[in-house]
Design a protein around this ligand. Structure first.
Ligand code: FPP
Length: 228
């Protein structure tokens, strides 16, 4: 066996897909799929320390998700409220820094308030959980480019400096569950040189072991960044 240099991922992002299909498969209401999806999030956050990752970014609500039925949006927002309330003390205790990407200020005022409290209380954490809320990558790039232009020069560096992810390590690996192979307006700029890992598992069934498999696979990949 050849000894390829092993590389360790610093930043992984996940498109958490398949909650609805999970519910259907188990003859349960859609909301239950999302609820089980939150449990999968909780398992991963608890395992964050053991992964060695500096940052895990999760696509929780896209700018296009507003097109879903009102009832489903209400369910998702309710889950968000409950998740922050129940898990924030654990974040603080375990040194998990919460970060939000996307325009979260468009969410209900009480959620905005809860999020801002959570951001302040976890600011000292060593590992980052970045949650994408009301996030759209094209909108993010357009805004960053406009801000870069207002500041003077438009270059790849000045645009990157205005992205929501400016303070995060470069994206190493992007995972999507449920057998879909799309980016869905997620981290388009940031994934320019990211590796991709797809799994048929539906999001509620995703475990830290699956993340471990993805990280092992990543460790063996040869990254070229356009060179050779
Ligand atoms: C995709 O499943 C999932 C979403 C649109 C929402 C993801 C949200 C969560 C896992 C819960 C909230 C997260 C946090 C951090 C509290 P889908 O409904 O598109 O599934 P389908 O394609 O099978 O219908």
């Amino acid at each position: 066996m050849t000894d390829l240099p092993q590389q360790r991922a610093r930043h992984v992002a996940i498109i958490m897909d398949g909650n609805g299909r999970w519910a259907k498969r188990h003859h349960l209401p859609r909301a239950m799929g999302h609820q089980k999806g939150v449990e999968a999030v909780r398992r991963l956050v608890r395992a964050l320390e053991s992964t060695g990752l500096e940052c895990l970014t999760l696509y929780a609500f896209s700018s296009e998700n507003w097109k879903r039925p009102e009832e489903e949006i209400r369910d998702l927002m309710g889950l968000m409220r409950r998740f922050i309330k129940s898990d924030l003390p654990e974040f603080v205790e375990n040194g998990v820094r919460l970060k939000i990407i996307g325009d979260y200020t468009a969410l209900d005022a009480d959620i905005v308030e809860m999020l801002e409290d959570a951001l302040a209380r976890t600011a000292g954490g060593g590992r980052t959980l970045a949650v994408a809320l009301n996030y759209g990558s094209q909108q993010e790039i357009a805004r960053a480019a406009a801000e870069a232009a207002a500041g003077g020069e438009v270059t790849t560096e000045t645009i990157a400096a205005h992205l929501d992810t400016a303070d995060l390590p470069p994206l190493d690996l992007l995972i999507r569950t449920s057998g879909e192979h799309r980016l869905s307006n997620f981290l388009l700029w940031q994934s320019a040189y990211a590796e991709f890992w797809f799994t048929e598992e539906l999001w509620p069934d995703f475990t830290p072991e699956h993340l471990s498999q993805a990280l092992d696979d990543f460790a063996r990949r040869e990254r070229r960044y356009g060179g050779r």
